[in-house]
Every structure is written in C-alpha cells, then in structure tokens.
Design a protein around this ligand. Sequence first.
Ligand code: RNT
Ligand code: ZN
Length: 409
Amino acid sequence: MYNYAKQTYAKLGVDTEKAIEALKNVTVSVHCWQGDDVIGFDCGESLSGGIQTTGNYPGRATTPAELMADLDKAFSLIPGKKKLNLHSSYAIFDGEPVGRDKIEPCHFAKWVEFAKQRNMGIDFNPTFFSHPMVKDGLTLSSPDDEVRRYWIDHGKACVRISEYFATETGEPCVINFWIPDGYKDIPADRLGPRKRFKEALDEILSIPYDKTKVYVTLESKVFGIGLESYTVGSAEFCLSYSDYKGITPLMDNGHYHPTEVVSDKISSLLLFNERIALHVTRAVRWDSDHVVILDDETKEIMKEIVRNDALDRVFIATDYFDASINRVSAYVTGVRSVQKALLYALLSPNERMKALQDSGDMTELMVVSEELKTAPFGIVWEEYLRRENVEADYLSAVKKYEDEVLSKR
Ligand code: RNT
Ligand code: ZN
C-alpha cells in the first residue's frame, strides 16, 4: 500500500520519504490544560479571564498524578516530537502553597522530573486569570498599584522558572504572556490600560534572562466572554510591542474576527520576525477552543509554515479545551490533527505550485491542488505511525483507559 502511495505522490512531484523524515523532526508543544479543564492546582479558583470550558464529561484530572498519567496515555498515542506546555497554575506545592508572585523553580521540580524522564522540553505560561488578585478583570493593566505589582512579580517569577526549565531539560523554553484584561462595556480611556500594560511588560522583561534559553512570546486577542467591548492586549498592541522589544509574536487562531485567518498572517510575520509562535485551536463561531481537527484552516496554516520553509522558525503549540468528551481522546485527536495537517503540507509539490502561480497558470494550479486532495494521504500517515511505533487506532486504547482509570475517578 505504501509503495503505491509513494508512486502516486512521485507522479505529482512529491517525495513521501522526505515528507515523513521532515515530520519526525517537528515539535508540537502539548498544552497541559485540556486534561483538567484549565483549573490547575495552585488555588482551586474557578476558571475566569473570559475563557470557558463547557461540558462535564467524567474523568477530569484533579491531581498532578492524574494529569501526568493522562498526559502519558495521550503521549503514548501521539507520534513525533512533543514538548510539555505548562501554565504556572499547575505548580505543585509540597508544603504550604505560596502566592503566584512568589513561585519558584522548586514548585515545578516534579514537572521537570516528568519531562526529563520523557526526554521533553517544557514551555511555560504565567497565569493571569482564575485568581483573587485579578481585580475588575484587570491584572498588568490595572490602575491599582498593588494589583499591578503582584502580577509584575508573577511575570518575573515565571521568567526565572522558564530559564530553570531550559537549563534542566536542555531545550529552550517558550514563555507566553497572555492577559485577559479588558472591559465588558465601552471604556472612557483606551490608552491608559495599554500604557500600564506596556510599562508592566517592560518591567518584567527588564530582569536578566538568557535569550538563547528563553523565548518570550506575547499573545493577542480580540475579545473574551464578559469582556466584549475592549481588550487591552489587542493585535496591534501585541504586534507593536513584540517588534519594539524584539520578542516573538504569538497568534492564536481563535483570536481574530471570524473572517480573518491566521494562515494569511503567517507570511507577513515571517518577513519581519526571526521567529513566530502559534496557538493552534478551532474556533467555532467564536473563540470556542474546540479540539483541533483536520479542517481547511489547520491545513492552510501548516501549508504556510512548510511552503515558506519555516518549520524551524515557528513554535507550534496546541490550545483548546473541551470538557464534553473524553479528554485523552481530545489530546490525541487535536495533536494528531496538527501533525496530519503538517504531513499534508509536506506532501505537496510546493516548488512546482509556486512556479505555476508565478507563471500565471492558475488553471493548472487549481487542478494540481484538487488532485492532491484525493491522493492517498492516509496511507502515508499510517506508514508514519507504523515507523513511530504508534497504533493507528487510538480509540480502543482510549476506551480501555476510560474503563480502567478515568471512570473510577
Ligand atoms: C485565551 C488564550 C490563552 C489561554 C491559555 C489557557 O484566550 O488563548 O492562550 O487559552 O493561556
Ligand atoms: Zn491561546
């Protein structure tokens, strides 16, 4: 079967062996927060910040051990290179818990041990939501000095922890800043909060850190639930700030107006940034954070990365949370979909297609694009799984795990 697929692709000008090799080396950073509906372990507050999980499928991970077990199950069913993406709210306190402004590397030692045993790097996210120090929906942009101070200290603590992750695991750590700050209703002052956010970020990033080990990214957003009228960290703010500070912009494909697509933004950002970062999600009518599937936009995003030869310049991370289905299955479906989209992009005669565009032959370009859609992609995907020693059928494994573990929680 694979030989047949190989020949079919060869006729289209595609080397399946090269595609499989390239896919093996792409790292996907897997978000820890699908496993427990974005709750975390540090203070037990319910989810806030304008984001929401819906559903109450049984089996949510409620302890670090449970989350680690679920991640392990998911990792065993996901091929390729993975990284663990943690939020600071997943700190593990052995003794007395400390505030987010005072967290230290030791509170993440168990995660480091987990990652090291699995040969993985760790990415990180300060958590500016689900916490009593979020005042009136504001953190780094708050007019209250005490609130701002608390969150600035949190940001600094997280930069230090990121460097610790990089040192321990030997892989650079991507630390992503996203704040939910905004207003439900029309603000009188749009500049003030943004100025305070800028100054707060300046202060956080003024601490020394090793730029070869820690990549700072900044994630923009258009609106959140209950924060519909104004978002401090808008697209313009975050892009301008990233450029001004020489940090890395992060685009979450749920964070734009419904007819805007991240796939069309990637090339512009690649022209002006060494690196860019992505949160791959699936927005259904709004930033709903549905599980990623092999849909057109996911394919188009991955095509942009592959066609522009940018696999080593784009940090790819997943970001979704669905509490209405088996969470381990959500992990596997979402991450495999990202990888399938990457493989689909790698299995395109990209040079030939560019040449067709440049010579104005849009007729042949359309025909080739359509032919590719029915090429034996699934066979190459299965060959990749086989070489990675991962079963194609993950549902049986997930169901078994549900019976034996999740249903007993
Ligand atoms: C929220 C952002 C952010 C979060 C995570 C939990 O809209 O997408 O990335 O999803 O930090
Ligand atoms: Zn995101």
